[in-house]
Design a protein around this ligand. Structure first.
Ligand code: SAH
Ligand code: MG
Length: 220
């Protein structure tokens, strides 16, 4: 979603450290779908307000968002899951060079098939940014690991704008995935246990808070 105001607000974002900008360049060069800058900055800012002690990320890729979250939140632990061996290697390398190295743990494997290797909760934030057709399965499996004041963040809810298009205009190969992503979005928006809002930043960022948590008044 490229808008005039997007270009404007992206131009206002200060430069990142050299290592971070190297990762951004690497992602562009190798077509790694890391979070768009504007969406990343918005997520970091919301996380600074939430102040989670532990974050679970599904979908590490080269470690960009995991490193940015850990560097933005001193003291926060980030556990991140990645299934592709080539990505795991690159992520380990990048994590090893990060100032937040000791607070980021990479779990190697398919998030839907970890079995006994499932990370131990509780987590205050769950960030879902992996296979777009599987969001409901990630939610069902990992939502129980959330703490009482847990917040769920989901990236790519617009799927590069495809989610808002007429289904017949969507390339055939993407249709099933988009249908599943939209069904998940509608399901989550209507979930009785969660309040959700879909923020039109980056590629669409959904933020869902447990309803109990607002009763405790402990989210912020
Ligand atoms: N969060 C990253 C980008 C992740 S891209 C960032 O913004 O920097 C999505 C990643 O999810 C890909 O690397 C892909 O290999 C991984 N992935 C997809 N399905 C997965 C699954 N079931 N388990 C673990 N990783 C998965
Ligand atoms: Mg993403």
């Amino acid at each position: 979603m490229e808008h005039e105001y997007s270009r404007y607000s992206e131009g206002l974002i200060p430069p990142r450290t050299e290592r971070i900008m190297e990762m951004e360049q690497y992602a562009r060069d190798h077509r790694v779908p890391i979070m768009q800058l504007e969406g990343m900055e918005a997520l970091l800012q919301i996380l600074r307000v939430q102040r989670p002690a532990r974050i679970l990320e599904i979908g590490t890729a080269i470690g960009y968002s995991a490193i940015r979250m850990a560097e933005a939140l001193p003291g926060t632990e980030v556990v991140t899951i990645e299934r592709e061996p080539a990505m795991q290697e690159k992520a380990e390398e990048n994590i090893g060079r990060s100032s937040a190295e000791g607070r980021i743990r990479l779990v190697r494997g398919d998030a839907l098939e970890l079995g006994e290797g499932l990370p131990e909760g509780p987590f205050d934030a769950l960030f879902i940014d992996a296979a777009k057709g599987q969001y409901r399965r990630f939610f069902d499996l990992y939502e129980p690991l959330l703490s009482g004041r847990g917040v769920i963040y989901c990236d790519n809810m617009f799927m590069h704008g495809l989610a808002a298009e007429d289904p017949t205009d969507i390339p055939r190969k993407n249709r099933t995935m988009i249908r599943k992503l939209k069904a998940f979005t509608e399901w989550l928006m209507a979930h009785p246990g969660y309040d959700s809002a879909l923020l039109p930043v980056g590629d669409g960022l959904m933020i869902s808070t447990k309803k109990e948590s607002t009763e405790e008044g402990a989210v912020l």
